[in-house]
Design a protein around this ligand. Sequence first.
Ligand SMILES: CC(C)(COP(=O)(O)OP(=O)(O)OC[C@H]1O[C@@H](n2cnc3c(N)ncnc32)[C@H](O)[C@@H]1OP(=O)(O)O)[C@@H](O)C(=O)NCCC(=O)NCCS
Length: 171
Amino acid sequence: MVAVSIEKPDDHWEIETLLDTAFAPGRTSLSSYRLREGVAPVEGLCLTARDEDEIGALAGTIRFWPVMIGEKATPSLLLGPVAAHPTRQGEGIGALLILEGLEHAAKAGWERCILIGDEPYYARFGFKQSLAADIIFPPPTNPNRILAKEITRGAMAGVSGDVKRWDESLV
Ligand SMILES: CC(C)(COP(=O)(O)OP(=O)(O)OC[C@H]1O[C@@H](n2cnc3c(N)ncnc32)[C@H](O)[C@@H]1OP(=O)(O)O)[C@@H](O)C(=O)NCCC(=O)NCCS
């Protein structure tokens, strides 16, 4: 069993190591990282999953960043990175972190969430390519992997354009 907690500053290097282990080398060159540069992740939504034994090894991590979409600078969450340790995949840890993160997001008033990922996995959480059809990510991004979820019903209606880095002055 794992316990899910809000990420703490002391978790930082363990999380980076897990992400380096779970993703292919060069993960920070992915276009989604350009949207995160210089912007803090959303406090209270970044979670860890740790074993409930005395060692408490890190088994999974999820983070969310704020982004803006299109000319109207519509606020959205960007889900990711999310990872389960390679020796712990398929145990439901990814699902636990995604569901709990989205629950916190809804409580915090976020209306929509986007990500780059595989629809066959993320569809179970309500993410659809069709909801993101009018959204453009910084290159290089495979448009088929851009997914969106309406946290509140209809929240993706009319949302279109370039996904941009969060800018506090436009909020
Ligand atoms: C993707 C990831 C976070 C899922 O976490 P997890 O704890 O292993 O997944 P869960 O236990 O919640 O779900 C397992 C199920 O998802 C499926 N699944 C996992 N990754 C998938 C993918 N990319 N596409 C389709 N199905 C996928 C598994 O086949 C399994 O299916 P089943 O329930 O029918 O057996 C994890 O595999 C991981 O860390 N991968 C490497 C990093 C990564 O790619 N992160 C996501 C970037 S978008």
